[in-house]
Design a protein around this ligand. Structure first.
Ligand SMILES: [Mn+2]
Length: 242
């Protein structure tokens, strides 16, 4: 699909002057999409040379798609156009870590396998028939440590960035980690003002969803859709798609 840079439009919240923020939705092993999207972001960033550029990955780097290892590598790599990069944890990273650590024994392994782990294991050259302790060896301490240290949410200006969403009516500081990584309803249809506009991935839609209280940008790259970045600055926004 052809790369697209949408027209700028009013945003539902604002960022401090001089800050330009890029948020990237669920990648799921689509390393080629990510490389093309980062190129598009670099081109967009060049149009705002005076701004500080921050990059936020919304999680779900692994599973289902062709090259999870390469995606994790790309997310870890410092990017010349971004002064700061924040990588959030998705439920797929949580499942992967639980399986590698065998937190709930066999159950955590079968949950991960049922959610696209075979593609991830293949990308790391790990044999799914061998015990998970050996998978962890293939993934390596650098990647395991990186995944373990991923943040669960990030706030900037009038926005809150999180993988899945938040539980309506619960203050951000009191949110359950499970909700931040997994929630769909009642978050998705909630009309509540959450105190910040929630920017999230996790629930794929054909086009980004823009509501007064949330912006969803998982456009299902791994299901044949596009990979999307949301660009935010001042009280404006646009999307980049590949
Ligand atoms: Mn997810």
């Amino acid at each position: 699909m052809r790369p697209e840079r949408t027209e700028e439009r009013p945003a539902p919240a604002s960022l401090p002057e001089g800050l330009r923020l890029y948020a990237i939705g669920d990648v799921h092993g689509c390393a080629d999409h990510l490389a093309r999207l980062l190129q598009l972001i670099a081109e967009d960033a060049a149009t705002a040379p005076q701004s500080a550029r921050h990059l936020i990955f919304l999680g779900d780097y692994v599973d289902r798609g062709p090259d999870s290892r390469a995606v994790v590598e790309q997310v870890r790599a410092p990017l010349s156009f971004a002064a700061e990069t924040v990588a959030l944890m998705g439920n797929h990273e949580a499942m992967m870590l639980a399986a590698l650590d065998r937190l709930d024994g066999e159950e955590s392994v079968s949950l991960w396998i049922a959610n696209g782990a075979l593609a991830t294991l293949a990308s790391y050259g790990a044999d799914p028939n061998l015990p998970p302790a050996l998978w962890r060896e293939r993934v390596g301490e650098a990647h395991c440590g990186f995944l373990r240290r991923l943040a669960k949410c990030h706030a900037a200006g009038g926005y809150l960035f999180v993988h899945a969403g938040i539980r309506p009516g619960v203050p951000v500081a009191a949110q359950d980690e499970e909700d931040l990584l997994w929630i769909r309803e009642p978050f998705l249809s909630s009309p509540d003002d959450h105190g910040a506009v929630v920017v999230h991935g996790h629930t794929p839609t054909r086009e980004p969803v823009v509501r007064p209280n949330r912006i969803g940008i998982d456009t299902g790259a791994v299901y044949g859709g596009r990979l999307t970045a949301l660009v935010l600055w001042a009280d404006r926004m646009r999307f980049l798609h590949v």
